[in-house]
Write a protein that binds this ligand. Structure first.
Ligand SMILES: Cc1ncc(COP(=O)(O)O)c(C=O)c1O
Length: 440
């Protein structure tokens, strides 16, 4: 029988309240928590707070827990590895787990296997590595990124990001020579362009405005993009966009950096989301879901591109043995069926959420691929005016009913559960979600 959430105390419960007081005193207030979830343990898609309340988790630690909370095979692999070797540092030493994982990533990332991997600890670091490699190899200063993008919070990644002003406010000067162009958002096309003309309009803007005025193409090192914008609101671009961007890239010898930090590792129903668009990028970055919750990031590029000399880039912790073993086991489980499950259950989830549009006028759009589904909340469908406060209320109210969801972008509810999730568990979540929407 499928479990259901169980809320036994007021929220936050007494133990959670005590911890929240201390959190306020000792933890940086820069984080973005909205509701008071103080989680003690997890199993699959279920988490339990410090007061024993049970929640159904459709956020998976922000799209990280590919195999769910504490998957027994991940736990076993990690425990065994921790007893053997925890750290050595790939910067100065060799160890088998890092080499094995690099070989596996070279094999599964888009394109031929002759690739190399740089290991980091997080998404932002993986992207910093990609930016540095692109500049180093091309000797070109410029990058072109997209409005709405999120690539991380260190200076390079922050500078290519453009999803929320608060991420940048008072942190300038940022890394220079970075320009942003509109991302093809079919639900909200820029400057009122017809959705079917979106790709061509953006390509035209790039070639005939950006290249001719502020970023000479022969000085552009790379385009940096998310194949589906994550933090920007789970936006899926038209199918012809990346193939056309690739044509431009080839024309001017510009590299393509594909940030798969959120979309990667099976989440969209393919191992990498860019596979849906049929192009092979030059550099792929991954993090989040790669190691089922252990800190790991990677930048993957063909061998002839990743041939920078010793000393150019490194990381003390990047690719530590325990994270590498967790990643190898995660990939094994992905290949044994989790990617397929993401596609199948994700298709079901999107279809069921789409049905809710018949009932609720404030759902403007339901979109996504696999288990990366966004529900955009608007004032009404005609004006499409975003309704961030209603979105926040939905996410908060869901928590009090035992359903863990997160926002994405200003007004979208994001669904990014573990790839182990079943249709039965999705049905439990959908039932609560519908109740929440009915009782706003
Ligand atoms: C697409 C994308 N890139 C990069 C990052 C940054 O990853 P991290 O928080 O691990 O630095 C994120 C995080 O949300 C992301 O969604």
């Amino acid at each position: 029988m499928t479990l259901k959430p169980e809320i036994k105390t007021s929220l936050p419960g007494p133990k959670a309240q005590e911890l929240l007081k201390k959190d306020e005193e000792f933890i940086s207030p820069s984080y973005t928590r909205s509701y008071p979830a103080v989680i003690e343990r997890g199993e699959g898609v279920w988490v339990y707070d410090v007061d024993g309340n049970r929640f159904l988790d459709m956020a998976a630690g922000i799209a990280v827990l590919t195999t769910g909370h504490c998957h027994p095979e991940i736990v076993k692999a990690v425990q065994e590895q921790a007893a053997k070797l925890i750290h050595m540092s790939g910067t100065d030493f060799y160890y088998p787990y890092q080499i094995e994982l690099a070989e596996k990533l070279a094999e599964i990332a888009p394109g031929a296997k002759n690739k190399r991997v740089f290991f980091a600890n997080s998404g932002t670091e993986a992207n910093e590595a990609a930016l540095k490699l692109a500049r180093f190899k091309t000797r070109r200063p410029y990058f072109i990124a997209f409005l709405g993008a999120f690539h991380g919070r260190t200076f390079g990644s922050m500078s290519i990001s453009a999803s929320k002003a608060i991420h940048r406010r008072y942190f300038a000067p940022l890394v220079p020579q970075i320009f942003h162009i509109p991302y093809p958002n079919p639900y909200r096309p820029f400057l009122g362009v017809a959705p079917e003309k979106l790709t061509d309009a953006i390509i035209d803007y790039l070639e005939n405005y950006i290249f001719t005025t502020i970023a000479p193409p022969e000085e552009v090192a790379a385009f940096v993009f998310e194949p589906i914008q994550g933090e920007g609101g789970y936006i899926v671009p038209p199918a012809d966009f990346f193939p056309k961007l690739k044509q431009i890239a080839e024309k001017y010898d510009i590299l393509l950096i594909d940030d798969e930090v959120q979309t990667g590792m099976g989440r969209t129903g393919r191992m990498f989301a860019i596979e849906y668009f049929g192009i092979i990028p030059d550099i792929v970055t991954v993090a989040k879901g790669i190691a089922s919750g252990f800190p790991l990031g990677a930048a993957i590029a063909r061998k002839s591109l990743m041939d920078w000399e010793s000393g150019t880039h490194a990381s003390t912790f990047g690719g530590n043995p325990v994270s590498c073993v967790a990643a190898l086991k995660t990939i094994e489980l992905l290949e044994k069926g989790l990617v397929e499950n993401a596609r199948e259950v994700g298709t079901y989830l999107k279809a069921e959420l789409t049905k809710l549009m018949d009932e609720f006028e404030f759902i403007g759009d339901v979109r996504g691929l696999g288990l990366m589904v966004g529900v955009e909340i608007v004032k009404d469908r005609t004006s499409k005016k975003p309704d961030p406060s209603l979105r926040n209320k939905i996410v908060d109210n869901a928590f009090y009913k035992g359903l863990i969801l997160l926002g994405a972008g200003p007004n979208t509810v994001r669904w990014c559960p573990a790839l182990t999730v079943t249709k039965e568990e999705i049905n439990v979540a959908l039932e609560i979600f519908r109740e929440v929407l009915k009782n706003l």
